[in-house]
Design a protein around this ligand. Structure first.
Ligand SMILES: *Cc1c(COP(=O)(O)O)cnc(C)c1O
Length: 386
């Protein structure tokens, strides 16, 4: 292996996480959300592992991602896609047997046109904005669009299989908007079902609601981050508290190790200065690889954590495009080529994506999703017979 860093993804962890999520939501089906290249873990391998763990649906924000699933040979499970602009390849989506979300009147019209062209009904999930203020039809727009929906249904162009929504504060289960959104969703369900539509799946819950709000599971839950073993509610519990195992380990080989004297500036602008004679290690991963520049370190405030030979050290100085430096300490015995870990399961006391998120002032989602395209993903299976 010539690349000196990699994101190792354990597919056994993905399978186990989906089994765990299914156990949290025993009355619902599970949609494994695999948008953004499976949250940076690799689209097809993680999608297959999610299915092996019991997911019967896959979710992808972008239509290209949904099409890539089918092109990649994932034909059994249902696939839902929900984020597109006018002129999207809806015909391709229908030909690939993909379910499509409808969030606006133009989307319904384009979907019906695509269905007529394809000569098969489109399976639509009406998305209602119950309070997130992002995508989706407002409840009023949903009510106004319903007659057109019913006409297209009668024509055979559009089957309405789902009604769905997304929560603004799922990660704060006690937040009053959670209950309010659930009430708006229940109203929207009454409106649609009252018009004579029999819905196959009603769905509202992301990872956080899957783990903390059983009343919101309905027929289908849509976990994303928890599929990859990270906690959506770190203030309430870590992965282990929810039966999850982080699937990605980001590791590298030290590209240089050298002794320097005290008061030696480290990395751009010398935000870190060695306190005394010491040994510096060079880690060949930088912001081009998704290491947040906000996780740079100074003397006062260590940067993002790096596990080196059983100890956890903070990034010293600025995170650069391709590399970061760690101060290995006086007398360190590490050599170039030694393995270091930026984050992983945390089981051995090592750093986690959540730790990096806290140093950088972000969420674990962003840490794993932004691992750069040039970092090889290596898929392993810790349960496979060797
Ligand atoms: C990303 C996304 C999810 C998954 O969210 P997590 O918090 O990662 O579980 C579910 N539904 C929608 C609409 C999404 O955009």
């Amino acid at each position: 292996m010539s690349y000196p860093a990699r994101a190792v993804v354990d597919l056994a962890a993905v399978r186990a996480n989906v089994r765990s999520l299914a156990a949290h939501a025993p009355t619902a089906q599970v949609m494994g959300v695999v948008k953004a290249d499976g949250y940076g873990h690799g689209l097809l391998p993680t999608a297959s592992a999610a299915i092996a763990g019991g997911a019967t649906w896959l979710g992808a924000a972008q239509m290209d991602e949904a099409l890539a699933l089918r092109r990649g040979g994932i034909v059994g499970p249902r696939v839902l896609t929900w984020l597109y602009a006018p002129g999207a390849p809806l015909r391709d989506a229908l030909d690939a047997d993909i379910d499509v979300s409808v969030s606006a009147p133009w989307a319904l019209r384009e979907l019906a046109d695509a269905a007529r062209a394809a000569g098969r009904p489109a399976r639509a999930h009406l998305k209602v904005d119950t309070g997130l203020g992002r995508n989706g039809l407002t409840p009023d727009d949903l009510a106004s669009l319903l007659p057109e929906v019913l006409r297209l249904r009668a024509e055979g162009a559009v089957e309405v299989v789902g009604l769905w929504s997304h929560l603004a504060f799922a990660d704060e289960p006690e937040h009053p908007t959670v209950k309010l959104q659930a009430e708006v969703f229940a109203d929207a369900l009454r409106t649609v079902e009252g018009a004579g539509v029999t819905l196959e799946v009603r769905h509202l819950a992301n990872s956080a609601a899957t783990l903390t709000a059983p009343g919101m599971h309905y027929d289908l839950v849509r976990p994303g981050i928890a599929v990859y073993g990270l906690s959506p509610v770190p203030q309430l519990g870590g992965p282990e508290d929810f039966g999850l195992v982080p699937a990605m380990t980001l590791e590298a080989e030290l590209a240089n190790v050298k002794s320097v004297p005290g008061r030696h500036g480290v990395s751009y602008a010398h935000h870190y200065v060695t306190p005394g004679d010491t040994v510096l290690g060079l880690v060949p991963l930088g912001y081009a690889d998704g290491i947040p520049r906000h996780a740079s370190g100074t003397q006062e405030r260590p940067g993002g954590p790096v596990r080196v030979g059983g100890r956890t050290l903070g990034v010293a100085g600025r995170v650069c495009m391709d590399q970061v430096v760690v101060d290995l300490g006086p007398g360190a015995t590490e050599r170039a080529g030694d393995r270091v870990e930026l984050f992983g399961t945390g089981h051995d006391g090592g750093p986690t994506a959540q730790d990096w998120a806290e140093v950088a002032g972000t969420i674990s989602y962003e840490i794993v999703t932004r691992v750069g395209a040039r970092v090889p993903r290596v898929h392993v299976d810790s349960e496979a017979a060797s």
